[in-house]
Design a protein around this ligand. Structure first.
Ligand SMILES: Cc1cc2nc3c(=O)[nH]c(=O)nc-3n(C[C@H](O)[C@H](O)[C@H](O)COP(=O)(O)OP(=O)(O)OC[C@H]3O[C@@H](n4cnc5c(N)ncnc54)[C@H](O)[C@@H]3O)c2cc1C
Length: 442
């Protein structure tokens, strides 16, 4: 068969996002033979730094914020000598009017409830194992709970702002128990979003890929997988690389693909019905990010002329606060339900919407535009969402089965971790899968 590679690897890893890269790197570092296959022509997956045409600056179309408890991200950055920095002069704005006192009071009451339930979760690291008495809370949405407690009416926009910013969804689609579980898991004393990789988030996946290849790992880019077959003693992976079909044989496989892709592959034998049912409960967070580079950073020198009335844009902030130069880049965040409207616009129309909003704050600023990009993660064929959110029932009914291997096939990806939809979660899941495969190979 064309491209049938007789070499049998210890492990084939599918997907060179952070989960797959880290799993492949750890296994290769332990001297196992590993082939890592990736559909795109680059590594990093949802880590995607825009650099072209920006005259030496860069900005993130995917992740950028690193929390103080993201120890794997921070540890790897140190290990690979990547510059990490806090963001002392971070500029940001909201398009939402300031909330009333009543709204703030209702919001505080809600979070008091969340903290009470968080304290009742005995093992936050595996929050899916909550006591039976708490399980019904996983069937309620954040909005359901707020309605029951009588705090929804007063503070609906605050709930919406929170879920769109953090979870890329709406309050009625997010499990209340998951909110409490994440509060328990994060605990007190975590500084959220304080760090950034100074030279671009993509420096991390690139460093992992270089280290993997330097140690003798095999990396195949532009090689989407379309079928996986599990035999008694091996796993066969079928794909197409640069237009040519290939087959890979390995003793084990780690599938580190975004969860929406899993049910689109051909599986022999078929994926278990438990996994299919569980995948149907995973929430596809929606984000469109728009980035615009301007000749000067006028937002630092002038106060906004007026408050814009564009609730679809949940937040805007500067991307270049750690970068030198006169020019600067702003990021516009559209997430959750408004994405459904924005995805019907083309890239130029989305940029135009952002500029119209910004011109309410800073009249005539469009005269300073140098470059712009807008990216819809739902339309990306190799991601099909931005990041997971825990829809009702996902935490207690889906996560345990999704974390379980199927024979020789192990799974990794940010959707399997309590670092929900974070780079740290991708790394944690990759580490867990690599450990499990290494144990089985020993
Ligand atoms: C807009 C946005 C903002 C974010 N902000 C943050 C943030 O501030 N902080 C943070 O920590 N996290 C953030 N995240 C989440 C973070 O990007 C992800 O959690 C993490 O990158 C996921 O890594 P992964 O390896 O699990 O998945 P992915 O990065 O999606 O990797 C999966 C890989 O599989 C490949 N693939 C897909 N199909 C195939 C196929 N058929 N064959 C072979 N390969 C295939 C993909 O191309 C991809 O490379 C953000 C994400 C987005 C989109």
């Amino acid at each position: 068969m064309d491209g049938d590679y007789n070499q049998r690897y210890d492990c084939v890893v599918l997907g060179a996002g952070l989960a797959g890269l880290y799993a492949a790197y750890l296994l290769r570092d332990a001297s196992y033979s590993v082939c890592l296959v990736e559909a795109r022509a680059r590594v990093g997956g949802r880590v995607c730094t825009w650099r072209e045409g920006l005259s030496g600056q860069h900005a993130e179309l995917g992740p950028e914020f690193i929390d103080s408890n993201h120890t794997r991200v921070l540890g790897l950055a140190k290990h690979f000598d990547l510059r990490v920095s806090t963001r002392p002069s971070f500029w940001g704005a909201s398009t939402m009017p300031s909330p009333s006192r009543a709204a703030q009071r209702a919001w505080r009451l809600f979070w008091r409830d969340v903290r009470d339930y968080a304290a009742a979760i005995p093992e936050p690291r595996c929050a899916w194992q909550v006591p039976d008495a708490l399980k019904p809370l996983d069937r309620l949405s954040m909005r359901d709970w707020a309605m029951q407690r009588g705090v929804w009416q007063a503070s609906a926009p605050l709930f919406q702002r929170y879920t769109r910013n953090m979870e890329a969804t709406e309050p009625e689609q997010l499990s209340f128990l998951s909110v409490a579980a994440q509060e328990a898991f994060y605990g007190d004393g975590v500084d959220a979003g304080v760090y950034q990789l100074r030279d671009g988030t993509d420096t991390l996946p690139k460093a992992l890929a270089s280290a993997f290849v330097a140690r003798g790992g095999e990396l195949r880019l532009d090689a989407p997988v379309h079928a996986i077959e599990q035999r008694e003693e091996s796993v066969c992976v079928y794909g197409v690389q640069s237009g040519k079909p290939y087959t890979l044989h390995a003793r084990f496989a780690i599938v580190a693909l975004p969860f929406p892709i899993l049910t689109q592959l051909e599986w022999t034998p078929t994926l278990s019905s438990a996994r299919r049912d569980a995948l149907a409960l995973a929430g596809r967070g929606k984000v469109i990010r728009t980035l615009i580079q301007f000749r000067t950073r006028f937002w630092r020198k002038q106060s906004p002329h007026a408050q814009p009335n564009q609730p679809d844009i949940n937040a805007l902030w500067e991307e270049t606060d750690l970068q030198s130069g006169e020019t600067g880049i702003l990021s516009f965040w559209v997430a959750g339900e408004p994405v459904e409207r924005w995805r019907r616009l083309n890239e130029a129309q989305r940029v135009e919407q952002c500029l119209q909003t910004l011109e309410v704050m800073y009249p005539n600023c469009r005269a300073q535009v140098l470059a712009a990009r807008s990216y819809d993660w739902q339309a990306d064929p190799f991601a099909q969402h931005a990041y997971i959110y825990h829809a009702p029932s996902y935490l207690t009914e889906a996560l345990p089965s999704l974390r379980t291997p199927e024979g020789r096939i192990h799974f990794a990806g940010d959707y399997l971790s309590m670092f929900v939809g974070y780079m740290e979660g991708a790394l944690e899941s990759g580490e867990a899968a690599a450990c499990a495969v290494a144990n089985a190979l020993r």
